[in-house]
Design a protein around this ligand. Structure first.
Ligand SMILES: [Zn+2]
Length: 101
């Protein structure tokens, strides 16, 4: 059974995830944003040919701390002032991104 997400902390340039087994994962925002799970972005990073274009787009965005809105008990929405804020981030997806999908 995989560990659950216990806490999300926003730092200046990255998201800090604390798991139920006390493991701490640090996810830079540009990594997070290049794996946005929304219907527009997801097909882009899932396609190895289109992934690089999305990653380069995201790297050109200003590094900023997003607003975070909890959605139910197992997801969160991040609101940035530029780029895509449509993603609904399940905790499972956050952990998967932190582990390098
Ligand atoms: Zn998106």
């Amino acid at each position: 059974m995989a560990a659950n997400l216990r806490q999300i902390e926003r730092k200046d340039e990255s998201l800090l995830l604390t798991l139920s087994d006390d493991e701490i994962l640090d996810v830079p925002y540009h990594i997070l944003r290049s794996r946005c799970p929304c219907a527009n972005c997801k097909p882009r990073w899932e396609d190895s040919h289109r992934r690089l274009g999305l990653e380069e787009e995201v790297k050109r965005l200003r590094i900023e701390m997003p607003k975070a809105e909890p959605v139910g008990r197992y997801a969160v929405r991040f609101i940035w002032t530029s780029g895509c804020s449509s993603g609904l981030w399940s905790y499972d997806h956050l952990i998967a991104v932190a582990r390098g999908i």
